[in-house]
Design a protein around this ligand. Structure first.
Ligand code: CA
Length: 311
């Protein structure tokens, strides 16, 4: 810091000197040249110091795991979500360590710094490599491959609860079909309850291009069985749905089933149009109906109080 102040002093002195140095005396010109050189030297020193500081900070917060994956631990800073990571000046999408308020331990998450930045990704489907037909305990803890670019995963229902219970969160769902079209759905006030309450789902107003499949509001007559509002999470080994049989088993997913769904984003990975006994593909009814399984899905949350493009 002392160097910076010194540098500022020289610049001020230089400005003052040039101001009073109005005559064209040789002495004056020489002093000007000397001070200009000094300013250049000091500017170079400041730049070097800033680079060193940045390097030190980066060494302090970056760790590489044994498989060579880069994780930003945040050093002394404890982030509650990716929105805070973004607001701390980090603009690189990738793995970060965060600790949501009620979380008993730190967790590694994928922060998506695109689309305004600050998104914590909790679900990704891209190629069908991971099975999403899993037990309650697996959905509770999370599973899959978060570390590879394009890896499929579920962050875990406990983590989803810790994240969304600490404030007002916005959910964004990005989807792509096999024809290369992309649609999205955004829901305000997305909240997932704790395990005791079956990870019950709550969400608010919809905006987007994919249609409102979560609320099933596209068709009032089907809403009573197709809406996911207020539904508890179900897996094939824990049936919390409103159907006399088992939606999770029939639709090959863990999800907030009603009886059963108009959205099944953890469904079986087919490729586009499919035929099956039940509508168990990766379904978003209001875009492609029940008999088209999407190519890729990404689900992520961001604090509702986030203001994009903050510096
Ligand atoms: Ca049932």
């Amino acid at each position: 810091m002392g160097k910076t102040e010194g540098w500022k002093g020289v610049i001020l002195g230089f400005m003052f000197f040039t101001h009073i140095c109005v005559s064209s005396s040789d002495e004056c010109q020489q002093e000007n040249v000397r001070l200009r050189a000094q300013v250049r030297t000091l500017q170079e020193r400041v730049a070097t110091q800033q680079a060193l500081l940045s390097q030190l900070h980066s060494q302090h917060t970056q760790v590489s795991t044994t498989d060579g994956i880069h994780i930003d631990t945040g050093g002394e800073v404890e982030y509650a979500d990716c929105t805070q990571v973004y607001n701390d000046g980090k603009r690189q999408s990738g793995l970060y360590v965060i600790k949501p308020l009620r979380s008993p331990s730190k967790i590694t998450v994928y922060c998506d710094m695109t689309e305004g930045g600050g998104w914590t990704v909790f679900q990704r489907r891209t190629d069908g490599k991971e099975s999403f037909y899993r037990r309650w305990a697996e959905y509770k803890k999370g599973f899959g491959n978060m570390r590879s670019p394009g890896g499929e995963f579920w962050l875990g229902n406990d983590n989803l609860h810790y994240l969304t219970s600490q404030g007002d969160y916005t959910l964004r769902i990005n989807m792509e079909d096999f024809e290369g079209n992309r649609r999205f759905a955004v829901y305000k006030s997305f909240k997932v309850a704790d395990e005791k309450d079956g990870y019950q789902l709550r969400f608010g107003e919809y905006t987007g291009t994919a249609g409102d499949s979560l609320a099933g509001s596209y068709h009032p007559e089907v809403q009573w069985w197709a809406s996911h509002q207020g539904m508890k999470f179900s897996t094939y080994d824990k049936d919390n749905d409103r159907y006399e049989l088992n939606c999770a088993r029939e639709d090959k997913a863990g999800w907030w089933f009603n009886r059963c769904h108009s959205a099944n984003l953890n469904g079986f990975y087919y490729r586009g149009p499919y035929t099956a006994v039940t509508d168990n593909g990766i379904v978003w009814y209001t875009w492609h109906g029940w008999w088209y399984s999407l190519k890729s899905v990404e689900m992520k949350v961001r604090s509702a109080h986030f203001e994009p493009n903050q510096v």
